[in-house]
Design a protein around this ligand. Sequence first.
Ligand SMILES: [Zn+2]
Ligand SMILES: [Zn+2]
Length: 245
Amino acid sequence: MTSQQDPPQTPSQKHTENCMVCGLELHYLDRPTSNTCIYCNKTEEGYFVCPDGHYVCDPCHSAGALEIIERACTASTSINPMELALAIMRHPRIPMHGSEHHGMIAAVLVTAHKNITGEGTEDDIKEAIRRGSQIPAGYCGLFGTDAAAIATGIALAVILKATPLSDLERSRSITMTSRALAAISNNRGPRCCKRSTMTVIEVATEYFREVLGVEFGHVPAARLKCEHSHRNKVCAKEDCRYYPG
Ligand SMILES: [Zn+2]
Ligand SMILES: [Zn+2]
């Protein structure tokens, strides 16, 4: 069952915008309810429900997507984290919105840094995905911070091998997050994981140059247009600088 605006989808295709089971628009809540994941049967508290009662936990929602992200990043020779993220987001297993983006953002930054400097390992990429994936979906609306921004801080923390006892490494990672957060807080309209991804990678490209002297490849602003606005029912359109028009 799909709502009228949804494009037709084959049964094997994941519903990547709304409920991944039935395609209905999810209801977001400001108080959690107890739900049981229809795939792994785990019961947990969640901040979103499908009107038909389907619930899919974050690990089940992102299964497949995380493997795609890991495969793409560990095989990549790109020094352009934006191009890499844009390519990954074109994959049909990557949903319009979702916590998959958190691991992806951290991973593309670590990957581009590894490719440009020759420093870092495949395990650093996996660690970036592992940490990014721990930030739940919906964080931006509920916790007064944004997971895409935190993902940039994760990338720098992985690269600098920061720990809670580090001094400068910890400070720089947190500064990365704060810069990305400031940029995201100026975006208008409801959350959009595509817009947040592009925003924070632009900011990270600047901050990595400033603090690490690393010159990432970038996508020129005039060519940086969203390829997914048609999938997003709450797209901010003219209020988003990536809206293609
Ligand atoms: Zn549903
Ligand atoms: Zn599950």
